[in-house]
Ligand binder design. Sequence first.
Ligand code: ASP
Ligand code: MG
Length: 436
Amino acid sequence: MKVLKFGGTSVGSAERMHALVHLINEDAVKIIVLSAMSGTTNSLVEIATVLYAKQNQIARQLIDELENKYKEVIKQLYKTETSLNKGKELLDSHFNYLRSFTMDLFTVNEERAILAQGELLSTALFHFYLEEIEIDSVLLPALNFMRIDENEEPDLKYIEANIQAELAKYPNTKLFITQGYICRNAFGEIDNLKRGGSDYTATIIGAAIRSEEIQIWTDIDGMHNNDPRIVDKTHPIAELSFDEAAELAYFGAKILHPTCILPAQLRNIPVRLLNTMQPAAKGTLISSKTTGDSIKAVAAKDGITAIKIKSGRMLLAYGFLRAVFEIFERYKTPIDMITTSEVAVSLTIDNTKNLDAIKKELEEFCSIEVDSDLTIVCIVGSFTAEKQGYALRIFDALKNIPIRMISYGGSENNISILVDTKLKKDALVALNKGLF
Ligand code: ASP
Ligand code: MG
């Protein structure tokens, strides 16, 4: 069985939904995971934000506007009166539900229920369309099997047991449709896998059913060797290892949700990144295969804050780093890059929510300097220790760019460099020239 995930733009209009049918219509058994239509989750976030601010009148307006968009979509999506009526009933029920939040108390639970409407709508609308054109399919409610635990991690055991049970009800069905992004949490409440989480849904399902392949369909032809929005002449990478893809997704390649590689890697299921606009293009294949020593790609992650921590007590001491890391752990703040010298350590974070509290605790035993608006430029490939010359090529390319921090040797797949965000474009262009 294959899992195919289609993002927001792939279901972004009636026309795109019509075109989608050609991509899923071959004979193999498959599960289709859909995002919300593009723009919908952003609108739902906006609706929730104004409801928090108790601007219920504005919320009602925004809900009306979104509903009007969907009314247009169903007019173009369906040919028959029956389907159109089904579509209308569906919109009535979802948008009246959204309106019900404008009368009542609004908390984080209501917010999550609102955010779930986008995927519930796109999958139901597409399912009705398949019915209209007489393609047999079953709509599997993700809320019946997708679940996260107390640590907001996917509960793979639960998911596996429950999706298998759902699938077993339909032994003769070849085409299943389900919602990306949405799930239940440990308390059984509606929740989600965070923005962009439909990719994660697809790989979690792929792992749960031990799928033969997971396909992530977007509107670009695979992962590129550099950011195509910033650098001219980038090209899609034909093959990546799981580790390389995970580094790229985490360090800025927007095409994939940062944690979505993990479930596929766990069960060794290949992930193919494909383009709905050019279905014949090869895209990128992500698998356990490593394709030898080489520099594969460059990605950049903005919004980085560096903290330099200095203490005479660090000299010839042990336990200093543990004391530092414990503070970050207590404030649930992940550290991205680290470099150390004998009396100082520099590290970077991207979540600054608890920075003030962290600073206060650090200042009890060391002096610190904080710098913001930095960018991590991450060079990904296979850099085995035996091969020489990678560092030279990278730093030669960057010879005119001031570098704040360097991290080399942490893994065989990543060399990270910290620069001022103002110099990000220069750095990416220079690396493109020097490396590819
Ligand atoms: N609809 C959600 C979002 O826009 C999830 C996704 O598309 O992956 O973030
Ligand atoms: Mg996405």
